[in-house]
Design a binder for this molecule. Sequence first.
Ligand SMILES: [Ca+2]
Ligand SMILES: [Ca+2]
Length: 262
Amino acid sequence: MKSKKRYIVLLLILIIFAVVMFFLFAKDNLKEEKEATTLIVGNTSVWKYSSRRWLNVTNPTTKDSINWMNFEVYEEGKHLGNYSVWNDGSEWYYFKENKDSIKPTGKVLAYKSNFEIKVKEFSEEQIDQSDIKYIDYVLEENELSTSSLFTSSFKVNIDYDSDGEEETFYVLSNAFPTDFIPDQIFSLVFMVKDNNIYYLYNSIDENRSNNGCRPYFNYFLDLTNDGIDEIILSCGQYSTKGTIDMLYKFVDDEFKIQISNQ
Ligand SMILES: [Ca+2]
Ligand SMILES: [Ca+2]
């Protein structure tokens, strides 16, 4: 009789545990489902996020439906304020109480969301001697010469995963060379964390003059309210071919593109 009672108590504890766990996880999932964001990246991308899905907005009517809504506007990672936005089909303008418009010139980002998005400030730094081992490793791994010349090479130190330690992100590119003629045009973007290399972007192609795309970091920000930043990496193509914007997230030990304007 005693042991039967013990079993019933154990069973009850298990049931309560299962119910509590179910509600904990279901609640978390429901919270994420509700996150909804509209994002304007410079004059090149409009992305919408809802029900954990990203959408690249290209339809002019959908873009116009955003006109005169209030957005939080950032330039170079700095908050400029809350402005109503308006687009003429090619450019976005930002108005304070429908009066004067401001014309930010740096990397501009505007968002409208049902939660506060944390945007991190960062700066590009020059590559120094301590970076050479990673750069040489990556060049060799991609069958490129370690004596390759670059048209763009810099790093960004930032605590991307918010664990208190900075990660280093590198951009190496020889796109659009002016004073040398390489056989191949390449652009490599990667993160170094605990001596491991994680690629975001690598493009290697034969030199067809003015091909290629020169990457740069646009924004580090948590767009999904899960405590981990997403990365907006952009890439400038030659002349009128425009800018490619890509949104990355670190999933299952690698960077994956969530959405792009291509
Ligand atoms: Ca970190
Ligand atoms: Ca996130």
